[in-house]
Design a protein around this ligand. Structure first.
Ligand SMILES: [Zn+2]
Ligand SMILES: [Zn+2]
Length: 144
């Protein structure tokens, strides 16, 4: 399917083709640190179909959990993660694009989870955590 999206501030825009069957949750510690969250959701986009406007900042991680050097690209202005890829010149064979920046994210539900050995122990039971439709959680309000 066609995908397109932008970082939070709109400086970086991307488009390409992605297979919804390839959407993956990664629980590795690099993804936890790189997102500031518990896991990352990504989908591969072939380099031949990948288009981008704006120039992301690239950080070369040489000691990734996988053992392979990886380029981490993010917006230099707002910090949104955009993709990771192998070192080299554009276009690279593939870009692992961050699903959270894509307009089609509703249709890109994860199909598999990797690096589960470093998953936060609570992620599998997230539906049991107290929920709110908006920002206020009743139990936190009661403590204030
Ligand atoms: Zn931005
Ligand atoms: Zn990861």
């Amino acid at each position: 399917m066609k995908i397109d999206g932008a970082c939070h501030c709109g400086l970086i825009r991307i488009e390409g083709e992605a297979d919804p069957e390839q959407v993956t949750i990664c629980h590795c510690t690099d993804c936890q640190t790189g997102t500031g969250s518990a896991f990352r959701v990504s989908v591969p986009v072939a380099g031949a179909a990948f288009r981008m406007t704006g120039e992301p900042t690239a950080y070369l991680k040489t000691t990734a959990d996988s053992g392979n050097p990886r380029i981490q690209a993010f917006c230099p202005r707002c910090g949104s993660p955009i993709y990771s890829t192998s070192p080299g010149q554009h276009p690279r064979p593939a870009y692992t694009v961050r699903v959270g920046i894509l307009r089609q994210r509703d249709q890109l539900a994860p199909r598999r989870q990797i690096w589960c050995r470093s998953a936060r122990p609570w992620v599998t039971e997230i539906s049991a955590i107290e929920q709110s439709e908006l920002a206020t959680v009743p139990s936190l309000k009661a403590q204030a």
